[in-house]
Design a protein around this ligand. Structure first.
Ligand SMILES: Nc1ncnc2c1ncn2[C@@H]1O[C@H](COP(=O)(O)OP(=O)(O)OP(=O)(O)O)[C@@H](O)[C@H]1O
Length: 205
């Protein structure tokens, strides 16, 4: 299923951050989101993932197509690595956690409490969750933060495999992942009056 964005305006605290966005993401395609700090990449991803409404425009995607990995890993500290993945498998109606464990080399950690993992290990587990969702369109916000070189390579391989299986990915990242991907620089779409100019109490949760 292709994700189609038409004349989209995304906002923060009611103030436009990015506007006039038009693009699509087809099966097998990766798109890298670029732009300086504060330019609106997270706001865009959150809007596409359905966590906040757009100010205007259209997001055309089928139901339950999008899986989102935010800055935080969303792990349950008192569950083990395997239990975290099983929990998410239950949420998304999936069974297989071994593919995700293999993809992110989590087997030696499978019985460790998630709360005891290092930052990079937590990130690997958070990213492994994407495979568990069974959803075709991945939205990833700075997925490689805390990852070492080997883990970045694991992540890039997982994305490649996902694309090869007909999935798609929209990835906000400042580093080169070595993926065959188009780049969408959000800079030209920054709203004339952006959220930096106004105050808002709205926090990203
Ligand atoms: N609480 C807030 N009140 C007002 N503006 C905010 C608030 N939080 C974020 N913003 C602003 O919203 C805009 C978009 O931020 P966003 O996090 O989407 O950018 P980003 O491109 O993901 O940045 P980064 O590369 O630093 O992660 C920025 O101008 C930011 O300063």
């Amino acid at each position: 299923m292709t994700l189609t964005i038409r004349d989209l305006c995304v906002a923060r605290g009611g103030l436009p951050v990015l506007e006039g966005l038009n693009f699509s993401l087809a099966p097998g395609q990766a798109l890298i989101l670029r732009g300086p700090n504060g330019s609106g990449k997270t706001t865009l991803l959150r809007t596409l993932a359905g966590l906040q409404p757009p100010l205007s425009g259209e997001i055309i995607a089928g139901e339950d197509q999008i899986a989102y990995a935010a800055h935080s890993d969303g792990l349950k500290a008192m569950l083990t690595v395997a239990e975290n993945l099983t929990f998410w498998a239950d949420v998304f109606g999936q069974r297989d956690i071994e593919t995700a464990i293999d993809a992110f080399s989590l087997d030696p950690l499978r019985d460790r409490l998630a709360g005891t993992l290092s930052a990079g290990q937590k990130r690997r587990l958070g990213l492994a969750r994407m495979l568990i969702t069974g959803r075709p369109i991945w939205m990833l916000d700075e997925p490689t933060v805390s990852l070492d070189v080997d883990a970045v390579a694991l992540f890039a391989s997982a994305v490649r495999a996902h694309l090869g299986a007909g999935g798609a990915a929209l990835i906000a990242t400042h580093i080169d992942l070595g993926l065959e991907a188009e780049v969408l620089d959000v800079t030209p779409f920054r709203a004339a009056h952006d959220a930096r100019l106004g105050a808002s109490d709205e926090a990203f949760l």
